[in-house]
Design a protein. Structure first.
Length: 277
């Protein structure tokens, strides 16, 4: 998917919602366990109930890999039922170099090789440019680079101040932008501290941010918008547990749709206020 196509979908749906498919066999409604593929049935219902409000879907790859071949088949079938106009993110956080990075790129981008055709993948940049650039060689595909995360351990490295007075996450953002363009690179920027979102936005004014941490993790959508939105929106705000586990009963899909709609209505107001729609 191109940048222009993504922006068009944001304007059409009046939303920048990304639904995280962190689908755990131990947490899905128990009545689904009687199905041949419970995870796929769960995902399919979630997608059907939220697709009017979401512009992106983000399967957390670990939840599928942990279940072996069966889990990866659930993932493949899930990808097939995500509407083609929606942006797809393989949340895999890969981070290696050379041929290994090339193989990771083929695994998630080359359908003829692996059966998967995601629009993007999350990538850890610790090993530098040669751990990210192989993903950028695929046309209309994106690398979403970890910039600033919202987990407690982010203080261990990301918040360290360097000799140039930048913090490490700011240096990562300013360096990463030289590896590609705002049409094939995004950054993961956690939602829990608005001033830090602003610091990343200063380094990369035009790039999209994938923003986890809103909702159940305590992040504020209004704060994310205040400090992170740009002229093209520039945000994909992810919600996982708050949507997909809104109910553990037979009404789980209906409740997921309701929670997604609540966020979409807020997003509509922010887009209108910022004159993007």
């Amino acid at each position: 998917m191109t940048r222009e196509e993504l922006i068009e979908q944001i304007k059409i749906k009046k939303s920048y919602l990304c639904v995280g498919l962190d689908s755990d066999i131990k947490k899905i409604p128990t009545h689904l366990l009687r199905k041949e593929d419970p995870i796929f049935e769960f995902n399919k219902a979630i997608i059907a109930s939220t697709k009017a409000y979401a512009v992106a879907y983000k399967p957390n790859i670990a939840f599928y890999e942990s279940r072996g071949a069966e889990g990866m088949e659930s993932l493949r079938k899930t990808l097939e039922v995500i509407p083609k106009e929606c942006f797809t993110i393989a949340d895999a956080k890969r981070g290696d170099i050379g041929n290994t990075a090339n193989m990771y790129a083929k695994a998630f981008f080359d359908k003829s090789s692996s059966g998967f055709d995601f629009d993007s993948i999350t990538v850890a940049p610790y090993m530098g440019a040669d751990s990210v650039k192989p993903f950028l060689e695929f046309e209309k595909k994106w690398a979403i680079v970890l910039g600033l995360t919202s987990n407690p351990g982010s203080i261990d490295f990301q918040q360290k101040e360097l000799t140039n007075s930048k913090r490490l996450f700011e240096e990562v953002a300013s360096t990463v932008k030289t590896w590609g363009t705002d049409s094939n690179l995004m950054l993961v920027v956690g939602a829990t501290r608005g001033v830090d979102i602003a610091a990343v936005r200063k380094q990369v004014p035009n790039h999209f941010f994938l923003v986890p941490g809103v909702g159940s993790q305590g992040g504020s959508l209004s704060e994310v918008v205040e400090f992170g939105m740009n002229k093209d929106c520039g945000l994909l705000v992810n919600s996982s547990r708050g949507i997909i586990y809104a109910s553990a009963d037979v009404d789980f899909a209906e409740r997921a749709g309701q929670e997604a709609q609540k966020l979409q209505l807020q997003m509509h107001d922010h887009l209108k206020t910022n004159k993007i729609i």
